[in-house]
Design a protein around this ligand. Structure first.
Ligand code: C5P
Length: 205
């Protein structure tokens, strides 16, 4: 069984995807991490994420980078959102994601284009959303807990900029697949969101 979970930043898709993977005992891939690794590699090389050639060269990162805690920070997220708009970067990362989805037994993948591009054949597709103010509040509280100095307004501005870039790019923009179930987590506890997601998967399979 392949489960595709898509949605914007801080919508809850990562937590929901991890919970579904545990529930169904399936391997899970957070595809955002791949784009974050490319973005971070460009930054580490002193390059510009908007430069397509530098971004493509950064797709040669090694797997150990995926464990780097810096990938969770806003700098990597913002760079990821810029490098991910280059079609050549998306192409370079497709094979890895499709191979993960094709494992015997299935997999859970979360990202922006899993239900539309990476695994259009997925057995269950969930599109997770929440208002930008609520997503910014969640992300802000997460950063404060991690000891990162920031402000709510900065986080909200970043989230809106990322939403705009992700949903207006020409290649594989963030959008709900036609056959994806919508899960709005704005006013839901994470426990409720997870149990709704399991119900959605059960009704789709
Ligand atoms: O999900 P996460 O916030 O870690 O993703 C970081 C960035 O990577 C997103 O803003 C998006 O631009 C890009 N991304 C993407 N396609 C995916 C996953 C992430 O374009 N499947």
């Amino acid at each position: 069984m392949i489960i595709a979970v898509d949605g914007p930043a801080a919508s809850g898709k990562g937590t929901i995807a991890r919970a579904l993977a545990r529930h169904y005992k399936l391997p899970h891939l957070d595809t955002g991490l791949l784009y974050r690794a490319v973005g971070q590699t460009v930054l580490d090389r002193g390059g510009d994420p908007a430069n397509a050639l530098e971004a493509l060269a950064a797709c040669d990162f090694t797997d150990d980078l995926l464990l780097d805690p810096r990938l969770k920070l806003a700098a990597a997220g913002n760079a990821a959102s810029v490098v991910s708009a280059h079609p050549a970067v998306r192409q370079a990362l497709i094979e890895r994601q499709c191979a993960f989805a094709a494992q015997p037994g299935g997999a859970v993948l979360d990202g922006r284009d899993i239900g539309t591009v990476i695994a259009p054949q997925a057995d269950a597709k969930i599109f997770v959303r929440a208002t930008s103010a609520i997503r910014a509040r969640r992300r802000y509280e997460e950063l404060v807990r991690a000891g990162v100095a920031t402000s709510f307004d900065k986080v909200l501005t970043d989230i809106k900029a990322r939403d705009l870039r992700d949903s207006t790019r020409a290649t594989a923009p963030l959008r709900q697949a036609q056959d994806a179930a919508l899960l709005d987590t704005s006013y839901m506890s994470i426990e409720t969101a997870i149990s709704r997601a399991i119900t959605l998967v059960e009704s789709a399979r």
